[in-house]
Design a protein around this ligand. Structure first.
Ligand SMILES: NC(=O)c1ccc[n+]([C@@H]2O[C@H](COP(=O)([O-])OP(=O)(O)OC[C@H]3O[C@@H](n4cnc5c(N)ncnc54)[C@H](OP(=O)(O)O)[C@@H]3O)[C@@H](O)[C@H]2O)c1
Length: 289
């Protein structure tokens, strides 16, 4: 199959491209060749690629920046997604659009399923939910994949470094860490999500919304502790409530997702978060710094 990828220089986009390469023809569409805010450029790039699938991993991902620059967030995460979805529809390609756990408000005490009502607490979540609606409005064949707390082997383009990288580097420098302990989520390894997305493409999944995170859940604090343990790094981490974390952005207290739609199709291949983190730490150890 031919798969065109927007956001191909981001941490997830690069993992998806690497996972598909070899078995499929990957057509990277970097921001420099088509900014998703530019409808014409996006349409021309997709026409040239003539893909079977388009993956849209392009987004403004810096959550605090989205809060202070909501118009910019909308231009990329909502209108940009619409441009990609329109271009895919016009070229007869299916779209797999990546979205977020932050579409939920976190008030539910149990994991969110695809049927739960989205009600974002912040501008990033609102812009991503608007993006989902645009994607659904453009075609009946599109797929939306919501994930959570991504970390991986490639740099997060929008944030500079992921939570995992920040924790490791600060602990190695001997800096004391304060990490939020009252927000639950499922941090997700980009390699696992990319493999799951590849399986979904190869299985020609039915259109709709799919949750796809690693299994289980933890707080940011639990995640940081486990990361340092696995990496063999001594560090001092203090748990703090989210209210003590300086940020302009409200975040959901619970954004754990249940991969119910994938499980119903027998396609949920996402390993447990600790297993994923152990593979991440092992892969980092093999990467020359
Ligand atoms: N990071 C997370 O924790 C997280 C959690 C849940 C869901 N998600 C979703 O997962 C997807 C991938 O996120 P990620 O972590 O891989 O983010 P990332 O590393 O910041 O990558 C985002 C990509 O989007 C591109 N991009 C930004 N603005 C663009 C524009 N105007 N036109 C074209 N491309 C543009 C960036 O290009 P440049 O490289 O040129 O800047 C980059 O390649 C996003 O949809 C995000 O909302 C992320």
């Amino acid at each position: 199959m031919k798969v065109a990828i927007f956001g191909v220089d981001g941490q997830l986009g690069r993992a998806v491209a690497a996972t598909l390469a070899g078995a499929h023809a990957v057509i990277p569409i970097a921001r420099a060749s088509a900014d998703v805010r530019d409808a014409e450029a996006v349409a021309a790039a997709v026409r040239r690629a003539a893909p079977d699938w388009v993956v849209n991993s392009a987004a403004m991902t810096h959550v605090d920046r989205c809060e202070t620059e909501p118009l910019a967030a909308f231009e990329v995460n909502a209108v940009g997604a619409y441009h990609v979805a329109r271009a895919a529809a016009e070229s007869g390609a299916r779209l797999m659009h990546v979205s977020t756990d932050y579409v939920f408000d976190g008030r539910k005490p149990t994991p969110y399923t695809e049927d739960d009502v989205a009600r974002p607490l912040n501008a990033y979540g609102v812009s991503k939910l608007a993006g989902e609606w645009f994607v659904q409005s453009a075609s009946d064949t599109n797929v939306i994949v919501r994930s959570s707390g991504l970390y991986g082997l490639y740099k997060c383009s929008g944030k500079g470094s992921s939570f995992a990288e920040t924790i490791l580097s600060r602990a190695r420098q001997g800096q004391p860490l304060r990490v939020v302990s009252d927000e639950r989520l499922t941090p997700t390894f980009t390699e696992d999500l990319a493999a799951q997305m590849r399986l979904m493409i190869e299985s020609a999944v039915p259109p709709g919304v799919y949750h796809a995170t690693n299994a289980g859940s933890c707080s940011w604090y639990d995640f940081a502790l486990e990361l340092l343990r696995l990496a063999g790094v001594n560090g001092s981490i203090a748990p703090i409530p989210a209210s003590e974390w300086k940020s302009p952005t409200r975040r959901p207290a619970n954004s754990v997702l249940e991969n119910r739609a994938l499980a119903a199709l027998g396609l949920d291949r996402m390993p447990e978060w600790r297993d994923a983190l152990a593979r991440y730490v092992a892969a980092l150890a093999k990467t020359p710094s």
